[in-house]
Design a protein around this ligand. Structure first.
Ligand SMILES: [Zn+2]
Length: 125
């Protein structure tokens, strides 16, 4: 499995209801990232991380009966990370995990559809 691109906090993240993807500088939060390994100042997303920040003000426009009911966050713990960083023996999410991640229901409204747009292509696992 040493040939798939590692997903990092330098990526952009978009729920099914947002017009455009956002990064961590725009309010997306990632609970677990690798401490040592970096690529272009971005840190790999670790196994079991929660990705948050999908609020109404950030563009998740989902509503239930007229009331804003945003996705809020996605808990990746139900999808085991497929990548392994040999340097520090940490499990990280990779490109091949994207489709499983897209089926995780959000904590706010149970809608799946998290899309991760990764820009780095140097670090693979
Ligand atoms: Zn949403």
């Amino acid at each position: 499995m040493a040939s798939s691109i590692v997903l990092t906090d330098g990526a952009k993240f978009q729920c099914a209801h947002m017009a455009a993807p956002l990064g961590i500088t725009e309010g997306i939060t990632i609970s677990l990232t690798a401490s040592k390994i970096q690529v272009d100042n971005a840190k790999p997303i670790l196994n079991g991380a929660t990705i948050g920040g999908f609020t109404t003000e950030k563009g998740c426009i989902f509503q239930v009966a007229g009331a804003p009911t945003p996705c809020v966050s996605f808990q990746l713990a139900t999808v085991p990370a497929s990548g392994l960083l040999a340097e520090d023996n940490q499990k990280v999410y990779i490109d091949a995990d994207k489709s499983a991640i897209s089926s995780i229901p959000s904590t706010g409204n149970a809608n799946p559809g998290l899309t991760i747009i990764e820009s780095q292509n140097k670090l693979k696992a």
